[in-house]
Design a protein around this ligand. Structure first.
Ligand SMILES: Nc1ncnc2c1ncn2[C@@H]1O[C@H](COP(=O)(O)OP(=O)(O)OP(=O)(O)O)[C@@H](O)[C@H]1O
Ligand SMILES: [Mg+2]
Length: 288
C-alpha cells in the first residue's frame, strides 16, 4: 500500500506525520518504505540518510534526483534504497529513498513525454514486500514532483492522506488538495484514487478557536462535491516536544512526554499517531 501526504499549505506536519507512521509501523514489525519527494529533504535527514556520502560526490548525489532522471526504467528505485540509520533494532525495517535539493531539477521536466509516470516506474516491484510506502511531498499541489507522487498511487489500497491544522489556511489548503486529487486522477492514470482521510494536527486544547475550526472543517469536508472526507484516527495535540525530537532527528514514540496525556488534552501524541497507523493498516487489510 502506498500513501501520499499532501497539503499545499506548508508546515502542517506532513513530514512529522510521515515519520511518525513509519516509526509506529516499524515498531509493530512492519516493513516501511519512506519516499522523500520534497527537495527540502527533511525526511531524508531525519532518518539519518546521507546520499552525499554514499555517492562520494557533491555534484551528483545518489538520490531520487538521479533515480527519476529521463530514461528511468521499471524497478530502478531498488538501487537507491538506504536503511534508516537509527540504532534501534526495529529501525532496520525502515528504508528511505532520499531527496536532495537538486530534486528541483526533475520538477522542470514535467513537459517531457511520460514524465508523470517516472516514480511509478521506478517503484515497480520495489515495494511489493513493504507493508506501507509513505511518500512525503513538498507543500505544492500542481508541481511535477507532486504529480509524479499521485501517479504512483495505482494500487487498490493506495490513497492520499491530507494533514492539516484546525486553522483557516490549512483547511483551505486541504480542501484544495482534495479537489485537485479528484479533478486530476484520470489524467494521472489513477481513476480510482481518492483521499483516505484527514489527519488533524497541532491541536491546542483549551482554545476555542481550534474547537470551532474543527467543527467547521468536519462540516466543510462533509459537503465536498465528489463525496465526504473523514478524519483518520485521533487529533494530534500541539506539543513543543514534537518539534524538539524532529530537530534532534530521533525517534519520538518512546518519549515519555509524548506518551503522556496531560490535563486538558484528549489524547497524547503517541496514542493519536497509533490510531492513524491503525486506520491505514486497516485499509490495507480490506484491500488485500
Ligand atoms: N503536533 C505538533 N506539535 C508541535 N510541533 C509540531 C507538531 N507537528 C509538527 N510540528 C513542528 O512543526 C514544524 C513543521 O512540521 P513539518 O515539517 O512536519 O510540516 P510539513 O507540512 O512537512 O512542512 P513542509 O510543508 O515545509 O514540508 C516542524 O518543526 C515540526 O516539528
Ligand atoms: Mg515536509
Amino acid at each position: 500500500m502506498r500513501i501520499v501526504l499532501l497539503n499545499n499549505k506548508g508546515g502542517v506536519g506532513k513530514t512529522m506525520i510521515a515519520g511518525g507512521i513509519a516509526e509506529d509501523a516499524a515498531r509493530r514489525g512492519r516493513r516501511v518504505l519512506l519516499v522523500d519527494m520534497d527537495p527540502q529533504a527533511n525526511t531524508t535527514d531525519r532518518f539519518g540518510v546521507r546520499p552525499e556520502i554514499a555517492s562520494g560526490r557533491v555534484d551528483e548525489l545518489h538520490s531520487l534526483t538521479r533515480c527519476l532522471a529521463p530514461g528511468v526504467r521499471n524497478g530502478d528505485a531498488g538501487d537507491y534504497l538506504y536503511s534508516c540509520q537509527w540504532r534501534e533494532e526495529w529501525a532496520e525495517l525502515i528504508q528511505v529513498l532520499p531527496a536532495d535539493l537538486d530534486l528541483e531539477d526533475r520538477a522542470i521536466e514535467a513537459g517531457l513525454p511520460g514524465a508523470a509516470n517516472r516514480l511509478r516506474k521506478a517503484l515497480a516491484g520495489v515495494d511489493d514486500d513493504h507493508d506501507i510506502t509513505i511518500i512525503d511531498c513538498a507543500p505544492s499541489l500542481k508541481g511535477h514532483l507532486t504529480g509524479m507522487s499521485l501517479a504512483a498511487l495505482n494500487g487498490d489500497a493506495d490513497a492520499v492522506v491530507v494533514p492539516l491544522a484546525a486553522e483557516r489556511y490549512a483547511i483551505t489548503g486541504a480542501l484544495r488538495s482534495t479537489a485537485y486529487v479528484r479533478a486530476t486522477r484520470d489524467d494521472f492514470g489513477v481513476p480510482h484514487l481518492d483521499v483516505a482521510g484527514l489527519v488533524v494536527n497541532s491541536v491546542r486544547s483549551g482554545t476555542n478557536t481550534h474547537k470551532v475550526r474543527y467543527e467547521q472543517l468536519v462540516d466543510q469536508f462533509a459537503g465536498l462535491t465528489g463525496g465526504p472526507v473523514r478524519v483518520l484516527g485521533d487529533r494530534i495535540p500541539l506539543r513543543a516536544r514534537v518539534a524538539e525530537l524532529q530537530d534532534l532527528a530521533r525517534p519520538m514514540l518512546d518519549d515519555r512526554d509524548l506518551g503522556a496525556n496531560p490535563a486538558g488534552d484528549p489524547t497524547g501524541v503517541v496514542a493519536s499517531i497509533r490510531t492513524i497507523t491503525d486506520a491505514l493498516l486497516a485499509r490495507e487489510a480490506v484491500a488485500a
